[in-house]
Unconditional design. Sequence first.
Length: 297
Amino acid sequence: MEADVSDVTDKPGLYLCVMCDKQFLFKESFYAHKQKENVYSCAQCPKHLSSECAMNRHLNIHESLYKCAECGKCCHSNSYLTSHRQSHPAVIPSKTLECAVCNKQFTRSSHLVQHERIHSGEKPYKCCMCDKAFRQSSHLNGHLRVHTGEKPYKCLVCGKAFSQLGTLNIHMRFHTAEKPYKCQLCDKTFRVSGYLNVHMRVHTREKPFKCLVCGKAFSQSGTLNIHMRYHTSEKPYKCHVCKKAFRVSGYLNVHMRIHAGEKPYKCYMCDKVFRQSRSLNKHMRVHTGDKPYNCSA
């Protein structure tokens, strides 16, 4: 990565980082700093970017890969070109376009092409850092922030930042208490559509995730993953104090209260405290006189 004009000051032998204004006397130190800062300089314009993937997308502008046929503007990705085209007056199509597999109709050919990839399984947009592939370039752009650490979407209430706008929208529902996804069978509501889909299996009794070892079935993939650890004896959650290991993160959280002396569950009748909610529930029978277990003899 060679220094460009903007990297060199008017003092002989002095190198300047244009990203942080730090100066270096030796060229080797300057290049080592640039690599550490992950600064990539475009050879065709003064632009500087933080990753190789971002630079590759930026070069698409110079190479005119995504060029608007109406005004000639060049974009760095197909998704940005699609958004840009919407700034031009809409052309009313003479007929709709139909998917040959499921007969779904579209007014734009680009939308039909994206849809057809669902049936074909085609994922032409590949991440240059982890080999993951996507059907749409916009999905790749969002994924790249996992590698760059970029979180441009910030919550105006609590300041928490997110890599994708959709994640921020879901987060905002914690502040607004909005739960737009409602079960039509029991009126229970959810913040995320995926939670509703999982909940519906309570009513349908569907258990699509099956253990290949013992045949036991589960309604959620996460529950199956936990179950598999009983077969593999895997305990990935380890206590950093006593090195005890657990299959489930929740079990580790409860265990850590032993070291911390924390007892967050308090009886409102006698102020006795407990580490686990089930211990509190069992204790409450002392006050209520409830005896749920009958002798069958």
